[in-house]
Design a protein around this ligand. Sequence first.
Ligand code: SF4
Length: 348
Amino acid sequence: GDDGQSLETTEKRIDYLIKKWPNLAPLFERVKNRSAALSVPNQSPMERFLKRHLSVTQLCEQSWCEIKMAYGFIKPKVRMLEMQNTEVTTGASIHLARELEVKPNVVTVAAVTREDREALKLINMLQMVPALEAGQLVQEFPVFGVLEGMFFMGVVDELYRSDSGELVLSELKTRSHNSLPHPAQTKGHALQVGMYKLLFDSMVKGSVKRDHLLHNLQLDPNRVLGSDLQTHTQSLGLQAVTFRELLDHLLVVLTCSNLHAIDKLRLEYSHQSSGKLIGTREVAFEEAQLRTNIRGYLAYWRGERVPQGVEVEEAWKCRMCPYEETCDWRRDRSQRLMMVNKRAKLES
Ligand code: SF4
């Protein structure tokens, strides 16, 4: 198909460059590997990047630029550096400060196995459900489930009841500029809260099944919880010895609670250096459109199409991208644009 042909052309071009400048071969080989990783036609990105499930934030990154997200897997160090230098780190510390305000009594429990670590999340959820039912604010609420055939995980920043009794889901974002974001950035944030709502709603409706979690996270249902964890569950009045018992208990609690679907989606933007609130935005929930968008993003993960970079209308995104200098998509886009301009000049 087309993908195979363009890959072959790129590889031939790189082989030619290696022959011409053998001393630069390691550099050209790296470029060749990266091109192959982005466009291998007979292996889906799920297989190539060894994934069984996706996180909600991964889809939000994808909505910004798919090529950038794919480069992030191939060049994780560049991505890590970018994360350290951006709003993410400050955002994380602001989140933690907000969390500690609400939960001053943090208990330390040793987790030995993967099942123990997941069990800790479930125990936290079991404590948050009654708090939320009682009208209290809860933070860092895990959500998981299957959307459009893919298992997703995420963590909701805040859930609370408004004065009028509506269940509100709020996502906190930090900004280096003391202003509300560009609509292109809000697009990813709206996708995030919309997906959180779909996952939360399906959890309280009882659509999430035990096997979804066990299978997709490859957890052993019969794993006996660590002794520290068992002491902790007993202190909370929970009767669970194995991971399966704990998970079953949580699923029953969620479906039997008086919690219902999320009523309102909200984005809250704070200024990074001062920590002051910049403003909030309500997000409209349009389920059909949201599900169509999710299916579109998943088509990439399933290997049904090649990744798409940003088009010329959003070329400003490339100026703040750590892969700007080496991005094949950006280079090809510039060449395409030059050809279009040339043709327009000739025709005028
Ligand atoms: Fe995407 Fe532009 Fe970065 Fe390339 S340079 S990865 S097209 S944002």
